[in-house]
Design a protein around this ligand. Structure first.
Ligand SMILES: NC(=O)c1ccc[n+]([C@@H]2O[C@H](COP(=O)([O-])OP(=O)(O)OC[C@H]3O[C@@H](n4cnc5c(N)ncnc54)[C@H](O)[C@@H]3O)[C@@H](O)[C@H]2O)c1
Ligand SMILES: *[C@@H]1O[C@H](CO)[C@@H](O)[C@H](O)[C@H]1NC(C)=O
Ligand SMILES: *[C@@H]1O[C@H](CO)[C@@H](O)[C@H](O)[C@H]1NC(C)=O
Length: 314
């Protein structure tokens, strides 16, 4: 993917700005656009903060700040771009219009990737007449300049060569892309997150555990281990190297817990339940310095990602 030198970033909100920092820190040139008033200044502030935080960056902050161009109209630049990363609002009408335009005005064989969190691309390529086979989802995890995961989700007519090229591109940026073989609502990571969160909401709202202690079960237990071995490998190791043994050993108990969870399923549609949960959570977080939590998280996250990169190279 050394042929990709210039990336077009469409939409410079939270995700677009973070992608821009990553691309710059890895030595790419970026043309970025966003129609919001004040977007250019906001982007500059984000980049000052994000670029130097990118693990294993190949460019200094100064070089990064010199290698992007913010434009109000990206059309005159579209011919010079080697890949597009789209980060506009999560709205079907906007993405539909945006993709029809990008498809019509970019070189025919460049990848157009959307950061969409949930809208599958089959729903917004409907007006693309030129080459929709180069369109796919490349869904990052916030913040993309730190978290390695990128979910590549093709639609049924995305070309195999574009899937391969997209994977290589994100790999070249030290990302850890996965390929989702079928469009599914929420893709993979957000579905897993939803499953865990649904049970967390249930346990906290039933008063089984405080929100603070619930979070600790993840940050000091499950999540900490999951950063190194995922659920399938964790089960395999838990079965003494045998996944089948794990299932036959713990399967009956697991079934019983799942049945109980089903019985106590948190009703996200109930205003009362949601308000009551919100009160419990607010009671905790009102005493927490959220800016500090976020800054500490991002600092340790960058260290952990860099450490994993080194470990994986061994
Ligand atoms: N926030 C997250 O945690 C997260 C994580 C992964 C993916 N995403 C996805 O990334 C995308 C962007 O999300 P975000 O959180 O950065 O939202 P955001 O609201 O921070 O940014 C969206 C930006 O798009 C701009 N915009 C509006 N119309 C546009 C147009 N026609 N062309 C170009 N830009 C336009 C807006 O001015 C805004 O700055 C969404 O599809 C979202 O689902 C978000
Ligand atoms: C900007 O990016 C281009 C394309 O990758 C690269 O050739 C150039 O050296 C970069 N410039 C700076 C100042 O880093
Ligand atoms: C860091 O970046 C270089 C150059 O892009 C790459 O070869 C290397 O694999 C990356 N990882 C580490 C841990 O240095």
């Amino acid at each position: 993917m050394s042929s990709i030198k210039t990336v077009g970033v469409i939409g410079a909100g939270l995700i677009g700005a973070s992608w821009t920092a990553l691309f710059l820190a890895k030595g790419l040139r970026v043309i970025v656009t966003d129609p919001a008033p004040g977007a250019e200044a906001k982007l500059r502030d984000y980049l000052q903060e994000y670029c130097s935080a990118v693990p294993n960056a190949t460019c200094s902050l100064d070089a990064c700040m010199q290698n992007y161009t913010f434009v109000t109209d990206i059309d005159p630049y579209l011919e010079t771009i080697d890949l597009i990363q789209e980060n506009g609002p999560e709205r079907l009408d906007i993405k539909r219009q945006l993709f029809a335009h990008l498809d019509a005005h970019t070189p025919e064989h460049i990848i157009i990737a959307s950061s969409s969190s949930g809208l599958p691309s089959s729903q917004f390529i409907t007006d693309c007449k030129r080459n929709p086979s180069r369109i796919l989802i490349a869904h990052p995890f916030n913040p993309p300049h730190l978290v390695p995961l990128v979910e590549i989700v093709p639609h049924s007519a995305t070309g195999e060569e574009y899937i391969t090229a997209a994977r290589e591109f994100y790999l070249s940026l030290d990302k850890d892309p996965i390929v989702v073989k079928q469009e599914t609502p929420g893709f993979i990571a957000n579905r897993l997150q939803a499953a865990v969160c649904a049970e967390a909401y249930s346990l906290v709202s039933r008063g089984v555990v405080s929100p603070e202690d619930l979070d600790k079960t993840i940050t000091s237990g499950l999540g900490l281990r999951w950063a190194l071995t995922g659920p399938i490998m964790t089960n395999t190791l838990g079965g003494g190297g045998d996944f089948g043994h794990f299932i036959s050993h713990l399967g009956p108990a697991l079934r019983c817990w799942l049945d109980d969870m089903q019985e106590h399923r948190f009703d996200l549609g109930s205003r009362e339940r949601v308000d009551a949960l919100k009160d419990i959570v607010d009671g905790w977080v009102k005493n927490v310095d959220l800016k500090k939590v976020e800054a500490n998280r991002d600092e340790l996250l960058a260290e952990l990602v860099a450490r994993k990169l080194v470990a994986l190279e061994k």
